[in-house]
Structure formats: structure tokens, C-alpha cells
Design a binder for this molecule. Structure first.
Ligand SMILES: Nc1ncnc2c1ncn2[C@@H]1O[C@H](COP(=O)(O)OP(=O)(O)OP(=O)(O)O)[C@@H](O)[C@H]1O
Ligand SMILES: [Mg+2]
Length: 232
């Protein structure tokens, strides 16, 4: 349930709205990107390495103001016009970010990593979820003692513990075999459905992209929607 996170105005508007987003570092990455993502919807962003997928996720997820354009999240208009405190509050309570690198606390056990998310957001740790992820037996171990794939599943479990309304995932299953990827993604898609949440995934993995409702390709500084049948 999302009760403790329902600080914002819930309307029928999309959970994510991007208007005319542009970003560049040395070179222009993209220009005038428009995107709407509704509750219960998942989208994948494909694109060659360096095309700007992670940057776009950062623009959409409170981490990096775009050079131009606006982002509305969960009924809040133009998130980058919020005060720092409000923006951080939104990141903490409404958004879950699964990073390309996991950012687990290495001096802590697996369970302590989950406790941090649980305490910060006042949500319970869901032991059934950990069972489903196949990591309930490693909870006492230190992060350095668990495998890369277990760390990846733990970091996804940590994000879901927060009960976010909007999930951003940057190559979330890079360390997982295909069977584990399928299991983990099924849990995330079930979560999205049950909680009327939504998700944006950046990935190179076409099979993973095809599990989402829509696929976009970031190319030539623009985001194009592709039909779901892409030949690999
Ligand atoms: N903070 C930064 N400062 C300067 N340049 C950056 C910064 N972040 C990203 N870039 C550059 O922007 C471009 C896009 O990077 P980004 O990480 O968004 O690509 P990506 O599509 O996610 O790539 P990958 O598939 O390898 O993860 C790259 O050329 C990168 O070097
Ligand atoms: Mg990236």
C-alpha cells in the first residue's frame, strides 16, 4: 500500500510527464523529448552506449535538471522548481532508483541495507519479497560476502521496500542469468500492477525491453517509439 507516500496530488494525469527535454554535456545528447508514462505502465529505453539513456533517467528522476524542458512527477509540476528539501522528499518517498552500480553500504549486512530503506521511509521489510528474490538466506552476510547477482537482487529489494510510485532502473539485471532475470522482472512487474506504479528501464537487453509495455530508442538526439517486435 502506498498510504504513507500519498503526499502528492493524485489525479488521472500520467505519473511521469516530460516536456521538451534537452540535455548536453560536451555534445548535444537529445533535444525536445516528450514522454508520458501512466500508472501500471512500463517503458524501456534502448540506445547505443553513450547515447544518453542514463542521463535521461537522471533528468526524469530528480537527480539532474535538464538543460531545457520540464518534468512533472506524480501530479507535481516542474519538479526542478521545488525547494531542495521538497525534491529530496520526493526522491525519498515516491521514487525508487535502481542504479547501474548498486550503491549498497559495504560495511553493513544485507539485512542492515534493507533496514536503512525501511527506517527512512517508514515501510516494513517484506520477508515474502526477499523469499521470492531468493535472497532470504544471505541476509546476515556482509555485502562483500555476497555475489554480484545477489547484490543486484538485494538492491532491487531495497528499492521496492520503499514502496515507490515511480521506478527508474538503469540496466537492472546486468549481473543476472536469464532465469533469475525473468523471476526478478516478474516480481517488479507484479509490484507495478498491484501498486499502480510505473517504471522506466534503460537497457541494452532487447528481451528485457520486450517485457515492457512500450519500447523507445534513443538515437540521433531524439526518442522514437518502436513497435514491440524488434528483430535482435
Ligand atoms: N556528468 C557528466 N559530465 C560530463 N559528461 C557526461 C556526464 N555524464 C554523462 N556524460 C557523457 O554523456 C554521454 C551520455 O552518457 P550516458 O551515461 O547518459 O550514456 P548511456 O546511454 O547511459 O550509456 P551506457 O549504455 O554506456 O550506460 C556520454 O558521452 C558521457 O560521457
Ligand atoms: Mg547508462
Amino acid at each position: 500500500m502506498l498510504d504513507s507516500n500519498s503526499s502528492t496530488n493524485h489525479t488521472n494525469s500520467p505519473l511521469i510527464e516530460a516536456h521538451n527535454l534537452s540535455h548536453s554535456f560536451e555534445n548535444l545528447l537529445y533535444k525536445d523529448i516528450n514522454l508520458n508514462i501512466n500508472a501500471k505502465e512500463s517503458i524501456a529505453i534502448l540506445g547505443v552506449s553513450g547515447s544518453g539513456k542514463s542521463t535521461l533517467i537522471n533528468n526524469l528522476s530528480t537527480l539532474l535538471p535538464p538543460l531545457e524542458g520540464k518534468v512533472n512527477l506524480n501530479g507535481v509540476s516542474d519538479i526542478y522548481s521545488l525547494s531542495d528539501d521538497k525534491l529530496i522528499g520526493m526522491r525519498k518517498n515516491e521514487i525508487g532508483i535502481i542504479f547501474q552500480s548498486h550503491y549498497l553500504f559495504r560495511g553493513f549486512s544485507a539485512y542492515e541495507n534493507l533496514q536503512v530503506a525501511s527506517i527512512l521511509t517508514n515501510q516494513n521489510i517484506d520477508m515474502d519479497l526477499l523469499q521470492d528474490f531468493g535472497i532470504s538466506h544471505i541476509l546476515k552476510q556482509q555485502i562483500g560476502e555476497i555475489s554480484g547477482g545477489q547484490q543486484q537482487r538485494l538492491s532491487i529489494a531495497r528499492v521496492l521496500t520503499k514502496k515507490p510510485k515511480i521506478i527508474f532502473a538503469d540496466e537492472p539485471t546486468g549481473n543476472l542469468d536469464i532465469d533469475t532475470t525473468n523471476k526478478v522482472m516478474k516480481i517488479i512487474f507484479d509490484y507495478i500492477d498491484k501498486n499502480s506504479a510505473c517504471m522506466v528501464i534503460a537497457t541494452h537487453n532487447i528481451e528485457l525491453a520486450q517485457m515492457c509495455n512500450k519500447i523507445f530508442y534513443l538515437k540521433d538526439c531524439t526518442l522514437k517509439e518502436y513497435s514491440k517486435k524488434i528483430s535482435s
